[in-house]
Design a protein around this ligand. Structure first.
Ligand code: COA
Length: 264
C-alpha cells in the first residue's frame, strides 16, 4: 500500500470507528428505567423547560405535579420511562397502549381535578383556549377510531436542554419500542407539531417511517408510525441501546388484550 493509500485507509477507518465509538459511548452512559413518584419534581422541571408552550405545561405546575404525572405513573395503560445520564435524570418518555388517548384517561381517572385544572387554566390564561380547542378536536378524531389493543402511542417525551444530542431521546424511544413489542403491540405512533424539526428527525431516525399530516383546529400536526413487527421497527428495536435486555416471545394480540384486562 502506498503512503497515500495508507493515509486514506486510516482516514476512512477512523471516521467509521469514531462514529461507532461515539454511539457506543453515548449508549453506555445511559440507563433507562420506569419512573417512580419520587421522580415527579424532575419530570415537571424537564417538561416545563423542554416544552414551555405545551398545553399540559400551560395548565400549571400544580396540574403537572398532582394530576398529570401521578396519573401517568400509576395507570396500567401508561408507562413513564426516565433516562439517567451521568448528571442524573435527563429525559422522560410516556407511552400509552391503545389509541384511546391520554385526555380520555385523565378524564376518567381524575374526573374532578382534570376539568378543574382546565377551567383554572382557561380563566388565568385565556390564550390557552385555542390550544384547548385543538385538544378537543384531537379527542373527537381519536374517538372516531376503533380502540385497537395492538396499537400504542408515544404520548409525551422531553429531554433537558443540558442533556440533548447525547442519545437520551434515541435510547428512550428504542427502549419503549422494545417494551411495547414484547407486550404484543404491533404499531407505535406519535403525533407532534409539524414545525418540530428535532422531534421529526429523531422519530425518523428511530424507525417511525410512515408519515401523515393532520390538521386540528387550524394547526398542522405530523403523525409518524413505526411497525413494531416490520423491518423498520425491528431493525431499530433490536439495536440494543440502554440496559433493557428483556426478550421473550411476542404474545398474540388476543393475549396482550387479555393481559391488560387482567392487570387493569
Ligand atoms: C426531540 C428531543 C426529545 C430529542 O432528544 P435528544 O436526546 O436531544 O435526541 P438524541 O440525542 O437521542 O438524537 C437522536 C437523533 O435525533 C436527531 N436529532 C435530535 N435533535 C436534533 C436537532 N436539534 N436537530 C436535528 N436532528 C436532531 C438526530 O438525527 C440525532 O442523531 P445524531 O445526534 O447522531 O445526529 C429533544 O430535542 C426535546 O426534548 N425537545 C423538546 C420536547 C419535544 O419536542 N418533544 C417531542 C414532542 S412530544
Amino acid at each position: 500500500m502506498t503512503a497515500t493509500g495508507r493515509e486514506h485507509f486510516w482516514e476512512s477507518a477512523s471516521v467509521v470507528d469514531l462514529a461507532t465509538v461515539r454511539a457506543a459511548r453515548r449508549a453506555a452512559g445511559i440507563r433507562i428505567r420506569q419512573a417512580t413518584l419520587a421522580d415527579i419534581p424532575k419530570l415537571v422541571e424537564i417538561h416545563r423547560e423542554g416544552m414551555p408552550d405545551d398545553f399540559m405545561v400551560r395548565l400549571g405546575s400544580v396540574f403537572q405535579r398532582k394530576v398529570l404525572f401521578p396519573a401517568m405513573i400509576q395507570s396500567e395503560d401508561t408507562c413513564v420511562y426516565v433516562a439517567e445520564h451521568r448528571f442524573g435524570v435527563g429525559g422522560f418518555l410516556i407511552t400509552r397502549e391503545g389509541y384511546g388517548g391520554v385526555v380520555t384517561q385523565l378524564l376518567s381517572s381524575r374526573p374532578v381535578w382534570f376539568p378543574v385544572s382546565c377551567l383554572h387554566g382557561a380563566l388565568t390564561h385565556p390564550s390557552i383556549l385555542p390550544q384547548m380547542w385543538g385538544v378537543l378536536a384531537q379527542l373527537k378524531s381519536r374517538n372516531a377510531e376503533p380502540e385497537d389493543c395492538a396499537s400504542a402511542e408515544l404520548f409525551l417525551m422531553a429531554v433537558a436542554k443540558w442533556a440533548r444530542r447525547e442519545g437520551l431521546g434515541q435510547a428512550l424511544v428504542q427502549h419503549s419500542a422494545r417494551q411495547l413489542r414484547t407486550r404484543g403491540a404491533r404499531t407505535y405512533r406519535v403525533l407532534f407539531h409539524s414545525m418540530n424539526v428535532p422531534a421529526d428527525r429523531l422519530y425518523e431516525h428511530t424507525g417511525f417511517t410512515k408519515e401523515r399530516v393532520l390538521c386540528f383546529a387550524g394547526q398542522t400536526w405530523r403523525q409518524r408510525e413505526m411497525d413494531l413487527r416490520g423491518t423498520s421497527g425491528t431493525a431499530v428495536v433490536g439495536e440494543g441501546m440502554g440496559r433493557d435486555s428483556e426478550g421473550g416471545s411476542v404474545p398474540s394480540e388476543r393475549e396482550a388484550c387479555a393481559h391488560r384486562k387482567v392487570t387493569a
